[in-house]
Each structure stands twice: as C-alpha cells, then as structure tokens.
Write a protein that binds this ligand. Structure first.
Ligand code: GTQ
Length: 358
C-alpha cells in the first residue's frame, strides 16, 4: 500500500497502456490510476503555511497608492497568494485574502456580487463602508460583513490612509460557477438608513416584532472591536483558559446563532501573556490576523516540518488544513482575529478537529 493511500498502485502493461489511449479519445479515464490522488487518507493540498508582515504590505500599498486611484482600480487591493497556490488568487484552497487601501478623500465605487466579503480593519479610523443603504464607520479591529449581492462602496473622508483585510469566498463561488456581479451607475449608493440602524434592530438581543427570518432579510453587519474586546476582557476574569486556544469566541449572526457568514467562519481569541498553548489541528485551513500584542506560532506539517511564525500586530499568517498549530506569547497579551471555511465544512458534515493528548 502506498503511504497516504487506501489502494495499491497498479502495474502498467502494453495492453493497458493501449487501452488508456483508446478511452482517452472518448473523454474517459481509468479511476484505478487516479483513485489514490482523489481519495486520500488525510487532507493533502498544495496550501502552505505562510506569513505576510504588515510593514512590507503597508509600504507596497502606499506605492500602489501613487500608481493607481481606488476609482480606476475599482478596488485597490494587493492579493495575498499562498506560495503553494500561486496565480490563483487564493490564500487557502477555497478562500481569498487581500489588503485594501483607501486614501483620504477616495471612494471605492459601488458594486455588488454573489461573493461574500469580510473586512477586518487593520489601520486607520474614520473610513466607512456602505452596505444596502446604510453606512458603518470603521475602527481598528472592527469586523464588517458584506453579504452576497449587497451593494457596497467604501470611502475615506479622514486625513489618513485606511488599510483593511478583505476575506472573500471567491474560490468557493468559482467552484460553484455562481459568480454574478454588477456595477452601480453612481459611485456611492443612496443612503436610506442612519448609521447604527442594523445594530439597533438586530444587535441588542431584540428583533423588530415583524421580522421574518427569510434569507437576506438583514442582520448585524459591523461587529465593533470595542465591544468584542470588552467581552474578552470580562471573560478573562473567570480565568478559564482553553489549553489550545486561550479564550476563543466565534462571531455569530444574532438572529440564527449560526456563524456570522454562511461560507466563512470568523473568530476572535485572547492569548494572555506567558501563554504556552498545546497543539491543535482542524480541517479548516485558517487565516490569522493578530490585532494586539505579539507572539510566536509553530505550524507543523504532516511530514513533521515546522514553520515558525513570529507575528505582531496586523501581520497575516495562514495555517493549512490538518497542520498542527500551537501559540506562544511572552511579555504581552495578544488578540488574534481569524477566518476559515468552517461553516461550509460543518454544513457538509466533514469538519474534524484534533487536540492531540489534551
Ligand atoms: O471590496 O468589493 O479584495 O469585490 C476583492 C473583490 C474586495 C470589494 C476584494 C472585491 C472587493
């Protein structure tokens, strides 16, 4: 038996080779030649562990800011390509990541698409994104959702550049062949609701009395960092740390209690200073974005190779499916945002996780 395979390789004979050539003309292939590649005993992809330092991205983005406007680019974004998946605009096998820059006074014009997007604000205050007729203001650490087919435009009336991480399900929609997109005839969509409207309707453990939980009927779309951070700070008082995750929460849609987005799972975790985490692995390849503090994570592949990530605030790193990860901090508390395809895997009943001996 081949390693990582449930089948033994078959031998070639001249007759078999001739047969393969004959069926090839009919658009047919023999499964016994590819079964070991198609049905592996464990996840196996070209996705690699990788780190992008924010310092590098920031200066390159400012260079891009000199080269092209947000309006001409439509979205001025540098795409984070996994080194094992170059040329595909993927940070994991099925998720996309990019860092977007909006300069003072700029607008990234209104459009909509079937792909869902998350924004995690890295640097800058006073920008906004408008979603379905409502603006929400951006602050560092805020997590903002653009649901499928929602009109959205971004603007920056502040005096400083604004940088955020875009996480989208572009490769998922590509696989489903369900991409639709359109451009609005004006740069900025008409504003029909005041700032904070969705939050008041859906974000206070209340719902409008006639709310129908029909698909797309609205929910919270900004999860402000100030509130998330406050929750973590209160929870730490109970002093119940998970040996692998520290204190880790997932963002939810308050109407359903499910993940905040249909395709992308989003998480926030606090690692206290002096944390030495245990190993953990899961089938959802995960993109991590520290937003406070610094630390080190060890990512081990199936072959035992170890990739060490020394991260600090605003860096971005990716952990492929079924790779062991453990986190460490020293002198500072750290907070990490992360996202993965977990809702898809849970819906398909294929999500697995493993805590080793913990
Ligand atoms: O802000 O609408 O990074 O449509 C990639 C595609 C951002 C956006 C991206 C997009 C957007």
């Amino acid at each position: 038996m081949q390693e990582g395979s449930i089948v033994s390789p078959v031998t070639e004979t001249p007759e078999r080779r001739a047969f393969y050539q004959k069926i090839d003309e009919k658009n047919l292939t023999a499964l016994w030649l590819s079964l070991a590649e198609l049905v592996t005993t464990e996840p196996r992809s070209n996705c690699r562990p990788a780190l992008w330092g924010f310092g590098d991205i920031r200066s390159l983005m400012l260079e891009a800011g000199e080269l092209i406007t947000a309006k001409e680019a439509e979205r001025r974004v540098l795409v984070l390509e996994n080194p094992g998946l170059r040329g595909q605009s993927k940070i994991t096998t099925d998720l996309y990541a990019g860092v977007q820059l909006v300069m003072p006074g700029e607008v990234a014009p209104a459009h909509r698409h079937t792909q869902s997007a998350l924004r995690f604000i890295l640097e800058g205050e006073g920008g906004y994104t408008a979603v379905n007729g409502e603006r929400t203001l951006m602050h560092e650490g805020d997590f903002i959702i653009t649901p499928p087919w929602a009109w959205h435009d971004h603007g920056n009336p502040s005096a400083d550049p604004i940088f955020w991480l875009d996480g989208l399900d572009i490769p998922v929609i590509q696989m489903l062949d369900a991409s639709f997109a359109e451009h609005l005839h004006v740069d900025q969509q008409p504003i029909t609701r005041p700032v904070g409207d969705s939050d008041a309707r859906y974000g206070y453990n209340l719902l409008p009395v006639d709310h129908e939980s029909a698909r797309g009927s609205g929910s919270v779309f900004n999860y402000p960092y100030a509130r998330t951070r406050e929750a973590l700070e209160r929870l730490r008082r109970s002093d119940r740390w998970d040996p692998c995750h520290g204190l880790k929460m997932r963002y939810t849609n308050p109407i359903t209690g499910n993940h905040a987005m249909a395709t992308i799972g989003t998480f926030i975790q606090l690692l206290p200073k002096g944390f030495a985490g245990s190993g953990y692995r899961s089938t959802d390849a995960t993109v991590f974005v520290p937003i406070e503090g610094r630390g080190r994570s060890y990512i081990a592949s199936h072959s035992g190779d170890e990739f060490v990530v020394d991260w600090s605030k605003r860096d971005i790193f990716v952990v492929p499916s079924w790779h062991w990860i453990r986190h460490e901090t020293t002198a500072m508390d750290a907070v990490l945002f992360s996202y993965s395809d977990r809702p898809i895997q849970e819906a398909l009943h294929v999500f697995r996780e493993d805590r080793g001996n913990v």
